[in-house]
Design a protein around this ligand. Structure first.
Ligand SMILES: CC(=O)SCCNC(=O)CCNC(=O)[C@H](O)C(C)(C)COP(=O)(O)OP(=O)(O)OC[C@H]1O[C@@H](n2cnc3c(N)ncnc32)[C@H](O)[C@@H]1OP(=O)(O)O
Length: 212
């Protein structure tokens, strides 16, 4: 079977993990990576930086799909800017699901989202566009994850939670069940969230406290 041609946008550390997952799906032929012009002709895990985001249209016309492979910790702005640019070009967005993840057939995952190795997405969960479900995280039943949100390595989002847009949930954080977290909120690594969070800012500790 012929593989779908894929262009990655962003060639940093997060891109390496994405590449490993994409290769294991056996569904895509990664043509190359778009990044800064000074990085052209360098490579990431053997895949060349072949242009910048100015070249998106050329690859849309060539029948490629795209994935934003820039990482995200304190802000989702860059990932969102690139995603919006891709939409402007009517670029098809890939949805990548690791064959080593466990994704319920009763869940929904939107375009542009990547599900890394050892992730669990349980029944009724809904994951919006351009999210990162990073290695080993657990999205429990009926949880909703908003667009451009990164659930980091081994974090747990329990049942019926509602996580907003452009949120970062750090490694090993735990969000108790039926918790609402608003937009553009940063939850530190190892945090435990037991109450709703509406105010934008950074929250750390167990139970979490706002630090900025
Ligand atoms: C595959 C991957 O690599 S994905 C990436 C995974 N990475 C992570 O999960 C790390 C996430 N990042 C964090 O947790 C960060 O510490 C952040 C984003 C929450 C805060 O970063 P900053 O705003 O730069 O805060 P800063 O480092 O200045 O710390 C401010 C204070 O909060 C404390 N603090 C920071 N993070 C945490 C934390 N996770 N838990 C408890 N306390 C923390 C600091 O010790 C410091 O305390 P002090 O003022 O008493 O010295």
């Amino acid at each position: 079977m012929q593989k779908q041609k894929l262009i990655l946008i962003g060639g940093g550390g997060h891109a390496k993990v994405c590449i490993d997952v994409i290769e294991q799906t056996n569904q895509y032929d990664i043509l190359g990576i778009l990044d800064r012009s000074d990085l052209i002709n360098t490579s990431v895990l053997g895949y060349q930086i072949i242009g910048t985001d100015k070249d998106i249209l050329k690859y849309v016309q060539d029948g490629c799909e795209f994935l934003v492979t820039v990482g995200q910790i304190k802000t989702a702005k860059i990932r969102k800017r690139i995603f919006d640019l891709l939409l402007q070009y009517n670029a098809p967005l890939a949805t990548i699901i690791s064959p080593r993840s466990c994704v319920s057939k009763y869940s929904k995952i939107e375009r542009g989202t990547i599900v890394m190795h050892n992730v669990v997405v349980n029944a009724g969960a809904r994951i919006a566009e351009n999210c990162i479900l990073n290695t080993g995280c657990d999205i429990e039943h009926d949880a909703v994850i908003g667009p451009h949100t990164h659930i980091s390595t081994y974090a747990v989002v329990n049942g019926d939670c509602n996580i907003g847009a452009e949120v970062f949930v750090g490694s090993n954080a735990t969000i108790s069940n039926q918790i609402n977290i608003g937009d553009e909120i940063i939850i530190g690594s190892g945090a435990v969230v037991t109450k709703n969070i509406n105010q934008k800012g950074t929250y750390v500790g167990s139970p979490v406290k706002k630090i900025s």
